[in-house]
Design a binder for this molecule. Sequence first.
Ligand SMILES: [Zn+2]
Length: 427
Amino acid sequence: MINKIINISHNVSLAKQNGRFLADKSYAFDTVFFLSKFILHNSNNNLFDKQELRDKAIKYTEDIFQLTPGTAGAINYFIETINFLEFSNIIEKSSRNIYKICDREILEYITNKPENAYIFNYLVTYLTFKNDSLLSLFEKFCNTSLIKEKERLVSTIYLAFCEKSVSIQTSGTQWSKQLVKYALIVLGFINGQNEITRELSIKSTRLTINDISLNVAGTRTPVYLPKKNDYLHNFNLDYVKMHLQNYLINKTTIKRITEIFTVSSIAESLADLKLTMLDDKANGVIMNDFEKEQYIVNTVKTRNQSIQRQFRKGLLDHNEHKCPICGFSFENFLIASHIKPYSKCDDTYDAINHFNGLLMCPNHDKLFEGAEYMTIDAKNGEIILSPAVQNSQDFKMLNGKHISRNYIDNERRHYLKWHNAQFLSKK
Ligand SMILES: [Zn+2]
């Protein structure tokens, strides 16, 4: 899919007349994620009418991003996403308000998970910089840690950007600075760059996922509404790095990911919920708060079950169907046991990764769980028991035994180390 995006968007440039490069809303991958989803959902035979969808898009945007109803500018989320998709050649204008989806597959990819929407934003930005000869300046920007030098490079990029951009009439305006800032933070986030202010000066703090998201507390959010950007909690940086590896400036920290996983993310469920509610509203069905809450609880529950299922499947696919400690092999009783527990996982990747697990019999699963009674040495697979069970008739024979070396590969070792440290801290 990366190659497909590169192919379709190969000619992007700040001088391009149709569509528009990253603007106020479209620089944010979550805007592009949610509004692309809206476009896909509301298109007919790959066509949609911008004017006809206007009111519906406003409602949807206010709901997703928790804007005060009637907020001026809510429509811009929709318009600027359309502009950016047109700029990237994913959609094209066929008449005044009618747009045609040129590549449905890419649009589906973008709306599959928020990470993909970021990957898309990054690639189009990268290509734009490349085609407009700004990329080498950005590389220099990444390769220096001197704040003054970074600021000098940003101002060089800024002037070149203004000169090439058809959207910027005069340089020096706040608007033109914003546009350059957006592009730089989209490129900078995954390359570990510092934060850039509205005035294009550089702070020493690193960019975070919130810096390139729109769903953060902002001036347009009423204070009594807490921001719900749960869908960013599991943002999988390693997944993004792995897919962008050929287009990163800073390539030093790419983790090897051995499996492609598919879990419907919270963001996807949220978008589905809002779209269903809009359709229902049109049909006279209205969900009350309790029903909405139940819907979200059930969505999260379904998601957890789906993760657990895929985790178990991974373990069964890659290991002998028996407990590595005692050889117990009645499959229905074997438990897919997390080494680093699900509740402590940093992201979906950790939760679903079969290397973060072992298939165990119920007794040994219990012994291993929570690192309280037993751990398995990450170095050599040695079983180590806590004093509480060392003298137990049922378990003492295990102490000092080793599980098969086959289980102790580099990736599982990473998780066992975590388990060993927990075990030691509980002594
Ligand atoms: Zn066992």
